[in-house]
Ligand binder design. Structure first.
Ligand code: HEM
Ligand SMILES: [Cu+2]
Length: 596
């Protein structure tokens, strides 16, 4: 076929337009930058995950130590335990710190915005690229420089302060002899990477919408990324300055946070949580955006309450700035401040609940299909509901104070960060994988992996709510024997969950080698990224798209079978071009279009 509407032959796409390592590291294409982020984020997820498995394995047994009184087994007989299991307590502290810091700063924060967001945001918007492609590449380089700082920390001295870097422990080298400065430098640089991505997305959404793409015709993921970008730009500088002050205090012995030098350690907590509470919305709001896309597409129903979902993302972004004090209920904060922060914290539950109810209303009477991405979408609803509701226990003073610093907190934030944000990220990868790579994966394997991850996740973290409410403290290397059954359940389930992730990874890798070619629109998605070839050309579209309706209109779609996917009547005039280029892709010799 000789369709050459963009001047390139059929089969041309963003992966094969130029070739070689250099063409990747100097690329200004948002799709390639997104793919590089994706690879890096998944690599660090692997490292952070390996640390997690080591931690859980250490917790399989309590230890006999001079600090512990005589232990008794379940029958009341004296019991003895090993003196040491896998590693020393100092190693345990370093592992949980690095696990937390890597997962937060290197994995979850960049996961959906910087990797999937970079890939899909301009296409969903109908634009050719982000507003500042060079800044986008710079963000990625900053991310890499920040990760190198973390790798140096890993290699030299490690880190044992917890991911929160609380002072005075972190600011005085008499306490923590680890490589605190290198790690905080890393987090500081990563902060800039995050800020630049945020600025880029804000300007792109403001200035690069094509004709007809009004604010209330934007897909919900874009609303979510917009709200996230606002937080990234407003909150991250506070973290940057705080970490800089920590470095200054540690290096120059100037008293800011350390009482020994005349500083105030609680000031650090205020600064830290002024960023880090909004940052939990940097993590979850994009996940909510992905969930909205998945639930609508796989219910084949216009999303219920479009405006409410869109505006509740912005609501979360704003209210998120008012509640940081709920992390300081036990840090000498005054009673009246505690009460105000507790009261305000309940308000974050409102936009969260609005979204959950709207997703349920979307599912209601939808024609639901259970492909792999949808299983992650449904997992998200279940797990986020549990994670959000347990947040209310922390918001209520009378329950929060006894639960503070117990495993209940650990369970809560894993339900929201891993079970919700990360699950949405994985669901998004499976949803856009055919678009990104041009390959279909084995859906059965994908679904089995999703179910294993769901069961393994709940098995790992639900027992932590129980042992936390019974008093098991967080960040402890040793514990009383009565907690052992919960720890065992948690550890064995975590192995099961790890198998799920390995299977999910295998499914994706296998598709690159043996997967069949993806059609332009394999799932019947109604947003713009499905109105171009899989993978898209470097310019994203063959014609500038014209938008005359809200997204999520499934009425005008027809299914043409597994090889051709779904056809949308609204884009009928472009369909021939898309198919011509897609046919070109199908005749491309194997192995040509999956180099990355
Ligand atoms: C939906 C409503 C939510 C409420 C009401 C809520 C409330 C709280 C409260 C009051 C605490 C402090 C507990 C303590 O230290 O004793 C807390 C801890 C935490 N929450 Fe949430 N939360 C919510 C959602 C989220 C989300 C969406 C995330 C992340 C994506 C998240 C991540 C965390 C983390 C990481 C901590 C522990 C921080 C630490 O000390 O290491 N929360 N939450
Ligand atoms: Cu918070």
């Amino acid at each position: 076929m000789s369709h050459e509407s963009n001047g390139y032959p059929p089969g041309d796409n963003y992966l094969n337009r130029t070739k070689g390592f250099l063409s990747w590291i100097t690329t200004l294409d948002h799709k390639r930058i997104g793919m590089m982020y994706l690879g890096s984020v998944l690599f660090f997820f692997l490292i952070g995950g390996a640390f997690a498995i080591a931690l859980r394995t250490e917790l399989l047994t309590p230890k006999d130590s001079v600090q512990m009184p005589q232990q008794y087994d379940a029958k009341g007989n004296p019991a003895s335990f090993p003196k040491k299991f896998l590693f020393e307590k100092d190693t345990y502290n370093k592992l949980f710190t690095l696990h937390g810091a890597i997962m937060v700063f290197l994995v979850i924060i960049p996961s959906i915005p910087a990797s999937l967001g970079n890939f899909v945001l301009p296409i969903m918007l109908g634009a050719k690229d982000v507003a500042f492609p060079r800044l986008n590449l710079w963000s990625y380089y900053l991310y890499i420089i920040g990760t190198v700082c973390f790798l140096i920390t890993l290699a030299v001295g490690q880190l044992d302060t917890g991911w929160t870097f609380y002072t005075p422990y972190s600011s005085s080298s008499a306490n923590s002899n680890t490589n605190v400065i290198m790690a905080t430098m890393g987090a500081f640089i990563l902060g800039f990477s995050s800020i630049f991505t945020g600025i880029n997305f804000l300007v792109t959404i403001h200035t690069m919408r094509p004709a007809g793409m009004t604010w209330f015709r934007m897909p919900l993921l874009l609303w979510a990324l917009y709200a996230t970008s606002v937080i990234q730009v407003l909150a991250t500088p506070v973290l940057g300055i705080t970490l800089l002050m920590l470095i200054v205090e540690r290096a120059l012995q100037i008293g800011i946070f350390d009482p020994a030098l005349g500083g105030d350690p609680v000031l650090f907590q205020h600064f830290f949580w002024f960023y880090s509470h909004p940052a939990v919305y940097i993590m979850i709001v994009p996940g909510m955006g992905v969930a909205s896309e998945l639930i609508s597409t796989f219910s084949r129903k216009t999303i219920f309450g479009y405006r409410q979902i869109a505006l509740s993302s912005v609501g979360l972004a704003l209210i998120g700035f008012l509640v940081w004090g709920h992390h300081l209920f036990t840090s000498t904060q005054s009673d009246i401040a505690n009460m105000i922060f507790s009261f305000l914290t309940f308000f974050v539950a409102i936009p969260s609940a609005i979204k959950v109810f709207n997703w349920l209303a979307t599912l209601y009477k939808g024609s639901i299909s259970f492909e792999t991405p949808m299983l992650y979408g449904l997992s998200f609803i279940v797990i986020f509901t549990i994670g959000g509701l347990t947040g209310l226990f922390h918001a209520t003073l009378s329950t929060s104070i006894p639960l503070h610093d117990t495993y209940f907190v650990v369970a809560h934030f894993h339900y929201v960060m891993m079970g919700s944000a990360l699950i949405a990220f994985i669901g998004g990868i499976f949803y856009w994988w055919p678009k990104m790579t041009g390959k279909m994966y084995n859906d059965l394997l994908g679904r089995i992996a999703a179910v294993i991850i769901f069961i393994g996740f709940n098995g790992t973290f639900f027992p932590q709510f129980v042992m936390g409410s019974k008093g098991m403290p967080r960040r402890y290397y040793n514990y009383y024997a009565e907690y052992q059954p919960y720890h065992k359940a948690s550890t064995y389930s975590s192995y099961f969950m790890a198998c799920g992730f390995v299977l999910a990874g295998f499914t994706l890798v296998q598709s690159l080698v043996r997967g069949r070619k993806a059609p332009p629109n394999p799932w019947g998605g109604a947003t713009l990224e499905w109105q171009t070839t899989s993978p898209p050309p470097t310019e994203n579209f063959y014609h500038t798209p014209v938008i005359d309706d809200i997204p999520y209109n499934y009425e005008r779609q027809t299914y043409l079978g597994p090889d051709k996917g779904w056809k949308d009547e609204h884009f009928a005039h472009e369909w021939d071009d898309i198919v011509a280029h897609q046919d070109g892709l199908s005749s491309t010799p194997n192995g040509n279009n999956n180099k990355h």
